[in-house]
Design a protein. Sequence first.
Length: 418
Amino acid sequence: MRVRTFVMSSVLAAACNSVGLSSYTNDKSGGGDTDQGLPGGNGTDTDGGGGVGGGGGQDTDGSTTGADTDVADTDLPAPSAPTILSVDPDYGTNFGGTEVTITGSNLVAGLDVEFGGEVATVLSTNGTTAVVESPQVSVVGKVSVKVTTRGGTDTLPDAYRYWADADGKVGGLLMLDKTRYRGGYWTNPNLSYALTYGGFVQPVAGFQFWSLFAPTMGSCANNYTGGVGVTYRDPGAAQLSVTGGGTTIAMPEDATLAGFFRSADQPITVAPSATFFDLDPSVGPAWWPSFTVSQILKGLDNFEVTSPAITNTNAPNVNQSFDIRWNGSGGDYMLFILTHYTDVAGTLTFVQEVTCAVPDNGAFTIPANAWTTWKQRATDYINIQVVRIQERTAVLPMDRSTIVGLSETWVVGAADMN
């Protein structure tokens, strides 16, 4: 090692002498004084040989070569390897950007994190946790999570599941119905009940619930089969449930349709007005994530149909074109389901069904051309169902699809055909 001589100004030299430093040069001459070895940093030479300080350690080896044989920075023990105990949440969309907390040990600043070989963005570390953003990937399914530090590497296999990104698509459909029969002409004129049903669906673009009833808002259709439908996907759970107002409503899976869940009929009082319901975490296999969807359903106010006069003791009569009027407000839209039946040899037989989707503005006229035929027999009548709909939405965390909650208040009556 070449030794450089550092010559101080007289002012600096005086300052050094004032704190007991008799000289401030790096030499190899010795001299019995206590030399401060600058090139090495902070090493203190006490060997009487004027050796150059090494790297911060105290030189007591008696050597004049400047090489340390004591404890220096490079002699510190290597840092411990990281460990991964858990990943939460352990799922997200392959678009990336999900905030994930990795729990373990030795998760220190400067670590690298990979999901399936792709580098994640590290947001923070504190030794026992590391918060990262999942990277975007092209695959779906389970991938390993890998953490690397100066101390080593740890990998947790199959620690994170990627779902195909479904942003902007509908991935769930959940309904809360409150139904009341009106009029004295029913076998049970005071029948009322509530129920919940629905489930998760294969993500679909362009779904609008009202479009299952009419081609455009403010129109009617006959025996309509249009609109974008849904296909239910099975989460592997035996039941779903919703909770609100201190009540939990269980929805067992339908025996004939996998992935579709339906409650038993409930008292209509189970869903009082303005009560919100959460979709509880599903209990299924490990591959299906469990999460809460908050306030996805809401109990709505009851309302009445004021025309036709379906609340009377006897069913009203209607012409081929007639008005439907109702009170109240607050829905996103109204649906009408008008089903024409005729009596054939004592048996009620379906003839046709007119469905309408209209704004919730209190009145709508059913056009005469909505019907393909009209009264066939003296006993022909129309079953009238008027529904106020309020929609709520939330984002499903595993794939960013939208779950639609439909709060529905139904009024059911009937009218004879003129």
